[in-house]
Design a protein around this ligand. Structure first.
Ligand code: CP
Ligand code: NVA
Length: 298
C-alpha cells in the first residue's frame, strides 16, 4: 500500500485525516489477518526508555518480531541519555546502527531533539506531553465498539495529561467529540482543547452523561511522584467507578490506557466490569504498533 510517510511519530502535528485513516485501516487488516511477515527483515528498532513500561515495550518488541525485524531494549541506566552523553550524540550513534528509535522520555524536548539529529524515524513511546501510540490503539478500540468515529462522544475524566493531549490532537481528524472533566489547574493543553472543539467542565458527571465512552488515566503520571499527595486531594471526586459509568448511554464503554492505580482514578469493578474495553485497548497497542512500524520503517 502507498502510505503517506512523515519521518517520525512524535505527536500528530505532521499527520492529517488521511494518514490516520490509512494507519488505522492497516492496523485493522493486520489484526484481522493475524499478520506475520518479513517486511522488516534485517531491520532493528532501538527502544530507548527512561521510564518503565509493560504495554509499549512489549508491543513494539513483538511487533518487530512479527514483521521479521528485531528490537533491542536500551535501559536509561546503561545509556544515560542526556547524562552519560548528550541527546544529539545518542541520535548520531544510533542512526549508524539501527533503522528506527522508539523513545520513552520525561521531557518531550528529548524526542524532538532525537528526531532532529537522527536521520532515522523516531517514535514517541510516551513523553510528558504526548502518547500517540496509545491514541492510535484507542481509535481502533472505538471503531471496533461503534463501527466508526464520526460524532462519537468521548468523555475524559481525570488529569489533563499526555494521554489526553494525544486524544485531543487526533479527535478532530476523525470526528470524535471530546468532553473533558478535570479538576481546576489540571486542564490539558489549551491549544489542543480548542482545536478539538472540546467541551471542558470540572464536573465528571456532566462529561460522562450520555457519552459513548468514558476514559480515564492515573492521577499521578510517571515523573510526578513527588506531587502524589497533593494530587490525591485535588482529584477527590474524579474516580471513574461503577456509579459514574451508569451515566453513559446503554452501549457506552470504559477505556483506560493502563497501568491502573486502583482505588484512585478507577476501581477493579470498572476495569474488569461489563463495560470495560480496557484489555481490547491493550491488545490493540500491538496491531497499531505494527501499522506504525510498517509505515515508518519500510
Ligand atoms: N499504556 C501504556 O503505555 O502502558 P505502559 O506504560 O505499560 O507501556
Ligand atoms: N499518563 C501516564 C500514562 C502511562 C501509560 C504516565 O505518563 O505515566
Amino acid at each position: 500500500d502507498a502510505l503517506t510517510r512523515p519521518k517520525d511519530l512524535l505527536d500528530f502535528s505532521a499527520y492529517g485525516r488521511q494518514e490516520i485513516e490509512e494507519l488505522l485501516a492497516l492496523a485493522e487488516r493486520l489484526k484481522r489477518e493475524r499478520y506475520r511477515g518479513e517486511d522488516l527483515k534485517g531491520k532493528v528498532l532501538a527502544l530507548l526508555f527512561e521510564k518503565p513500561s509493560l504495554r509499549t515495550r512489549t508491543t513494539l518488541e513483538v511487533a518487530m518480531l512479527h514483521l521479521g525485524g528485531y528490537a533491542i531494549y536500551l535501559d536509561q541506566k546503561q545509556v544515560g541519555i542526556g547524562e552519560r552523553e548528550p541527546v544529539r550524540d545518542v541520535a548520531k550513534n544510533l542512526e549508524r546502527f539501527v533503522e528506527g528509535i522508539a523513545a520513552r522520555v520525561y521531557r518531550h524536548g528529548t524526542v524532538e531533539e532525537l528526531a532532529r539529529h537522527a536521520r532515522i524515524p523516531v517514535i514517541n513511546a510516551l513523553s510528558d506531553r504526548a502518547h500517540p501510540l496509545q491514541a492510535l490503539a484507542d481509535l481502533l478500540t472505538l471503531k471496533e465498539a461503534f463501527g466508526g468515529w464520526e460524532g462519537l462522544e468521548v468523555a475524559w475524566v481525570g488529569d489533563g495529561n499526555n494521554v489526553l493531549n494525544s486524544l485531543l490532537e487526533v479527535a478532530p481528524l476523525v470526528g470524535l467529540r471530546m468532553r473533558v472533566a478535570t479538576p481546576r489547574g489540571y486542564e490539558p493543553d489549551p491549544g489542543l482543547l480548542q482545536k478539538a472543539g472540546a467541551f471542558l467542565t470540572h464536573d465528571p458527571k456532566e462529561a460522562a452523561l450520555g457519552a459513548h465512552a468514558l476514559y480515564t488515566d492515573v492521577w499521578t503520571s510517571m515523573g510526578q511522584e513527588a506531587e502524589r499527595e497533593r494530587r490525591l486531594r485535588d482529584f477527590n471526586g474524579f474516580q471513574v467507578n461503577g456509579e459514574l459509568l451508569k451515566l453513559l448511554r446503554p452501549e457506552g464503554i470504559f477505556l483506560h490506557c493502563l497501568p491502573a492505580h486502583y482505588g484512585e482514578e478507577t476501581t477493579e469493578e470498572a476495569v474488569h466490569g461489563p463495560r470495560s474495553r480496557v484489555f481490547d485497548q491493550a491488545e490493540n497497542r500491538l496491531h497499531t504498533a505494527k501499522a506504525v512500524l510498517l509505515c515508518l520503517l519500510s
